[in-house]
Design a binder for this molecule. Structure first.
Ligand code: CTP
Length: 476
């Protein structure tokens, strides 16, 4: 059976295929397969409106700012540092994805990285020399580590291991990769990848905080299964397309639609103490609120994220304030005012115990279980919606298990919000704690039903709607 290699097509055919694929939100291979099948009368053809093209494009962002056409990083140079981790195999795909978007990728490998992927494979995919030796006279003569650092528009470290993050945080420079970083004056983006225990280790977390204070950007890590151990947890390297999206955002020097706007986002649950060891909580994961904070930041907003206790990392590019209780969340949210926009996504506990015990409540042998007397928590959204420094646009969420739209409309009026994003949080809806969401955007202008989408995509759509709202307001 003959096979076709897209790399071997002539340049004009390759360009045409690339443009078609980008338009339809598919890979070039997929586009070629569909074209051939259509030509043989086996399929409706790549241009047929099956809806999938648009859906894929929406999910992968190929027609958006991270897509092939109009990628913000096109024409720029990324210096990619590969460290030693199983995830290094994903960096090969990352190089490919960046190059097909017009980015020049120069690669530096640590000694450990060369244990996981070969210099030959990295060199073939990046289409150039791979640098690894600080003491290589020829390489130092040709380009040198100072120039390597200075000639890049952005430095990406993927995978960034715990060891390398520790070196970076302490300014060590005993190999080419760390020396390059110390000499760098360009933005740095790290995609950590390591075992969950290593990520959670206080030493790693201390290093990550120090690096974030130094201005290093982070993408991931994500939660999932570890390739090497079969364990699961937070530590997997972000997917190549998520890294590409961050690269695009960091290299984008065009003014962004929310540049100059300040936003407040609340996210996650609150924990209301019963005694020093017990608390009342809910199933909120913080995924939707965090994704909205990240999406607003990507459009240029200066975001303060007030988050209850969650198991996910702070999105980079936002100022995160961590709280536990509803009253702490209210204080932090009001301290963030004035802002142009507030999006209140947190699943705030409606009640707390009227008097939380100072000591652990003990079981009384043969006694009655304790009675908890509850009192109402402040309504943070209501407070922001009626505040003297009320933001120009106030967006609330409505978590409903029944009569979703009617309840959301009632909340819109009651809480002083401009929009309510209503979602079904019944067990069948699966929104709370899950990764997808089906929402309805309720405003005084009407109700819009959005399709079932990943939470990241709900966030991007909402951020775009917010940007449009501010653009319209400016024109009026
Ligand atoms: N909210 C808030 N402070 C509270 C309760 C809710 O800021 N104490 C906000 C949420 O962040 C969300 C909106 O109000 O934006 C609606 O939250 P939801 O839990 O759906 O409604 P409740 O006001 O709690 O009403 P109910 O539980 O009766 O549906």
């Amino acid at each position: 059976m003959a096979s076709i290699t897209i790399r071997n097509l002539d340049e004009a055919a390759k360009r045409a295929l690339r443009e078609r694929a980008a338009r339809n939100g598919r890979s070039m291979e997929e586009e070629a397969r569909l074209l051939l099948a259509a030509d043989a009368g086996l399929a409706p053809g790549p241009d047929a409106d099956t809806g999938t093209g648009q859906r894929n494009a929406a999910v992968r962002g190929d027609s958006g700012p991270d897509g092939l056409a109009g990628f913000a990083g096109a024409g720029k140079t990324v210096l990619l540092i590969l460290c030693g981790g199983v995830a290094a195999y994903k960096s090969l795909d990352l190089i490919r994805r960046l190059r097909e978007r017009g980015v020049t990728v120069r690669c530096v490998m640590t000694a450990a990285a060369r244990q996981f992927v070969t210099e030959m494979a990295v060199g073939a995919i990046c289409g150039g020399t791979v640098f690894h030796d600080l003491w290589d006279r020829q390489a130092e003569h040709d380009i040198g580590h100072i120039r390597l650092a200075r000639e890049a528009d952005l430095i990406v470290i993927a995978p960034a291991t715990a060891d390398f993050l520790a070196k970076m945080a302490n300014g060590l420079a005993d190999d080419l990769a760390s020396a390059v970083l110390l000499a760098a004056r360009r933005p740095v983006l790290a995609a950590p990848a390591m075992n969950p225990a290593m990520w959670a280790n206080p030493a790693t977390q201390r290093n990550v905080r120090r690096l974030a204070d130094d201005g290093v950007h982070f993408v991931g890590p994500e939660r999932g299964e570890m390739a090497e151990s079969g364990e699961a947890g937070l530590g997997r390297m972000a997917e190549p397309m998520a890294i590409v999206a961050r690269v695009g955002a960091l290299l984008d020097t065009r003014p962004r639609p929310l540049s100059g706007r300040k936003a407040l986002v609340t996210s996650g649950p609150t924990h209301e103490p019963i005694d020093p060891v017990r608390y009342i909580a809910n199933r909120s994961s913080g995924r939707q609120g965090h994704a909205i904070a990240a999406a607003l930041a990507e459009l240029g907003a200066e975001v303060t994220l007030v988050s209850g206790p969650v198991g996910i990392a702070d999105p980079s590019g936002v100022t995160a304030v961590h709280v536990e209780t509803a009253r702490q969340m209210q204080a932090a949210a009001e301290a963030a005012l004035p802002v142009d926009l507030a999006v209140m996504v947190a699943a705030v506990a409606d009640w707390r115990t009227a008097d939380s015990a100072e000591c652990k409540i003990k079981k009384q042998p043969g006694g009655e279980p304790p009675m908890l007397r509850m009192t109402e928590n402040p309504d943070i959204l209501h407070g922001i919606g009626h505040h003297p420094a009320r933001p120009a646009l106030v967006v609330g969420f409505a978590a409903e298990t029944n009569d979703v739209i009617d309840n959301a409309k009632a909340k819109l009026a009651r809480k002083g919000a401009d929009w309510i994003v209503a979602n079904d949080v019944s067990a069948e809806g699966g929104a709370m704690g899950g990764v997808r969401n089906t929402v309805h955007l309720v405003s005084t202008e009407g109700v819009e039903d959005w399709p079932d989408l990943p939470k990241d995509e709900v966030a991007r759509r909402l951020a775009r709607r917010v940007a449009e709202w501010f653009a319209r307001r400016e024109k009026a």
